[in-house]
Write a protein that binds this ligand. Sequence first.
Ligand SMILES: Cc1cc2nc3c(=O)[nH]c(=O)nc-3n(C[C@H](O)[C@H](O)[C@H](O)COP(=O)(O)OP(=O)(O)OC[C@H]3O[C@@H](n4cnc5c(N)ncnc54)[C@H](O)[C@@H]3O)c2cc1C
Length: 480
Amino acid sequence: MSARRRKPLPASRLEWFQGWGKAVGAAGYAFRPSDVAGIRHVLERARDHRVPLVLRGAGRSYGDAALLAEAVILGLERMNRVLAWDPTSGVMDVEPGVTIDQVWRRALPDGWWPPVVTGTATPSIGGVLSMNAHGKNNWVRGTTGEHCEELDLLLPSGEIRTLTPAGDPELFHAVIGGFGQLGIMTRARLRLMRVHSGLLEVQAVSARNMGEMLRLLDEAKDRWEYVVGWIDAFAGGRRLGRGLLHFARHLDDGEDVAPAKHLDILAHEPPRRIAGVLPVSVVPHILKPLTNRPGLRLINRVKYEAGRLTAGERRFHQSVVSFSFLLDAIPGWERIYEPGGLIQHQSFVPVSSAERVFVRQLELCRKAGMPSFLAVLKRHRPDPFLLTHGLDGFSLALDFPVTAGNRDCLWGLVRELAEPVVEAGGRFYPAKDAALPGELFRAAFTDGQLDRFARLKRELDPGSLLRSSLADRLLAPLQK
Ligand SMILES: Cc1cc2nc3c(=O)[nH]c(=O)nc-3n(C[C@H](O)[C@H](O)[C@H](O)COP(=O)(O)OP(=O)(O)OC[C@H]3O[C@@H](n4cnc5c(N)ncnc54)[C@H](O)[C@@H]3O)c2cc1C
């Protein structure tokens, strides 16, 4: 942006925005247009006032992806219409603010399901494409971007380009996973996945340490649609990395005795009470006093031991909604981390180094006195996107509470966690982070990907109108 003095935007537009994890926030000028003409108008206003512009979907990124101090915050939540739905082909056209929740509710009764979903149904399609989100079936289905057939990209110049993977391979694969830095997605065409039931068959298995976790996850990846592991990050010594794994697959045609019932969205409403007694709304209040190191040590231990007792060969049926969006069952659970909030650090490591790096990471957390409160393991595959986090390997996602007292140490710990990942040729998923140092994120790209991204940025957004704290932190030197 030019160094000329900026004219202020109206103070009445100023709002306080936070990452979903509530550990980072910034005030910005809020605009929430409901159509493309409205977006163009906001672009012009930001340019006239020489103020950078941040795109914001549902605001579900934990960290600084949709924030920037004193920027225009272009909220896309009012662009939330399903534009077209073809229940014979499973193709859906959506505006960018449509959420995963809207997509599955529209599609499931017709026997379709989004091929890639995140751990909550609340993110927008623009947001998940911009981060190129992955699910528990990344090994089988890849990322959200691999199921997008076409998108409209509104450039900072006001021009709209319709992109397809085959017609515009370079730009398409850079925009998806491009952190909202090359243009504004105003429409996406998604291809959904055929399902015959709203139920999954699920199996739970326990593992005694990290090596066993990785082996079991790897063995299951070709036999099951979904594979995910939970780790008790408080356990040490021989038990370091112990945890529980869940494998799941959609029921085949003919396997569900009541498919119509289970394809109905009413069958998937989350229970309002736990065990028919306790209202879910009180759960965060019960957990809050336990959200400290001794409390979480106890919860992790009980969860592991109880899971170990019930795990095994037994298989059971579960709603695809409750399996996929486990965290949505307890609305507001993230409030247990208030007032400091939480961040997550998720690193991706090639198969051959995964055990060594993840053991090291868990040890570093223990040494720093900051064991992760929630640790999740997934299996991944490479994909064709320019700034991808995908590789043939595993990811370990580590949640950390942020407090006034631990902030500096935690940011230092994240640096320590990231170093062995880079040495092993790994990558990072920055949507839930806020602490990953830019030089380590950039060091993970060794084949000129960042130069290609910077060239596209200069071509499409020469004035660097589109920015965010995350992009400034991770990509800033490229944008100059
Ligand atoms: C409880 C929870 C569980 C999660 N589980 C997973 C998971 O399993 N896997 C996973 O991959 N992620 C997961 N996430 C992260 C989440 O999927 C991403 O952060 C996603 O980007 C959030 O989408 P959003 O609509 O909230 O986007 P925001 O957080 O608002 O924005 C994210 C990025 O998208 C950009 N953007 C938004 N709209 C557009 C647009 N129309 N055009 C261009 N750029 C745009 C923004 O500028 C920003 O860079 C989870 C998040 C939560 C809260």
